[in-house]
Ligand binder design. Sequence first.
Ligand SMILES: Cc1cc2nc3c(=O)[nH]c(=O)nc-3n(C[C@H](O)[C@H](O)[C@H](O)COP(=O)(O)OP(=O)(O)OC[C@H]3O[C@@H](n4cnc5c(N)ncnc54)[C@H](O)[C@@H]3O)c2cc1C
Length: 437
Amino acid sequence: MGAAYTGDESRTEAGRRKLGAFPVTRMRMHRKAARLTANTSARLTRPTSSYDAIILGAGGAGLMCAAVAGQRGRRVLVIDHADAPGKKILISGGGRCNFTNIHTAPDRYLSANPHFAKSALGRYSPADFLALVERHGIAWHEKTLGQLFCDGSARQIVAMLLDEAARGRVDIHLGRAVAAVDHADGLYRIRPADALATAPVLVIATGGPSIPKMGATGFAYDLARRFGLKVVEPRPALVPLTLGGDDLLFRSLSGVSTEVIARCDKAAFREAALLTHKGLSGPAILQISSYWRHGRPITLDFLPGAETGWLIEAKRARPRATLAATLRALLPVRLADVLAERIGLVGDLGNLSDRALQEAERRLAGWTFMPNGTEGYAKAEVTAGGIATEGLSSQTMEARRVPGLYAIGEAVDVTGWLGGYNFQWAWASGWAAGQAL
Ligand SMILES: Cc1cc2nc3c(=O)[nH]c(=O)nc-3n(C[C@H](O)[C@H](O)[C@H](O)COP(=O)(O)OP(=O)(O)OC[C@H]3O[C@@H](n4cnc5c(N)ncnc54)[C@H](O)[C@@H]3O)c2cc1C
């Protein structure tokens, strides 16, 4: 039997007053938020042993769930093996955290059950999270395609979540690996290292295995399986694709970027693609990678704005131009040259048949690549697949057959598009569970 957690002085009135007062201006918030973070960490060494809920994982989903449940009067413990909370939030959006997307809708998420995310996303919307951000005086801006970022730093989002958790008097226990999880007599018993904590509710919020060097693990899946939940085969998503074979030539174009429409089966994204020394990256590729499976082709439309027949029009307008010269006016030069070389039409456009030009146009509008893999979890922004939604309530995130067990965030088989959708799922699923605990 491990040692029991002991009491926590932050539950005193003085402590509550200190944590409860939050500033209105951005500068003041910044300074106080930093202090709150320190206070929160400092008081974590002495949590009590019995709680209403234990949340594994102090990422976006876990912190949101903890704050909501804590503010509803639940005594909540959050445990994370990392030495700091919200590490992925800190590195997200180039350090500015793309914290939501105003175009959030269930059809922008991948899941074996496309309906599962509807309830949580519908009940906690981007507007709700934005209201929270504004209450904390965090300045923000829309970058593109509905993506909302902090003007300042992603640290503000972590500080905000910690402040909300502190208002709910949540205990956060960092730097502790969970050695054992047992369930008996309606209680979950968690043993992080040499301690013991118990609660009738356990929330799995440990995310997926993408970016293992940041402490990401497949722990959620192992735990879920132990309790009889199914796991949809996890795979790296929002990840660069690698090329080999015939496509190797494109690797020589490393650093070239151009707007494309990337397609895989029925999915299509019009954004920038970046050629890399390993293959393909950039937003369009990251988006399509979530839909790609081994052995399937993806296609790129290199001239997304071009109308059908544009090359025949070009032949009429400039019959002395070559295909390479024509493409150079529309695309980065190195890319234009490689594409023209691959198409292999030699000579002036004026000497080429309309039929040959139509065929060239068709290839440029649907250039087929056969990726031979992805850059894996080391480079994947998220993990697709995860704890199967069929075993969870879409209202509360509770396991249907295991009372008191919940799963939220990236650990669950719900994966958003690039652009703030994944955090919105973390907030919404965390909020849904936090309301139900
Ligand atoms: C580089 C990068 C940039 C991103 N940018 C964005 C963005 O701008 N917008 C967006 O919407 N999404 C972005 N994402 C995706 C987003 O970060 C995740 O979808 C989101 O963080 C998931 O939240 P979560 O709480 O479910 O999991 P996580 O944030 O992964 O949190 C899980 C927590 O569990 C802890 N944990 C794991 N295993 C254990 C264990 N065995 N014991 C104890 N604790 C454990 C981890 O330390 C971690 O703190 C980005 C991801 C990456 C990698």
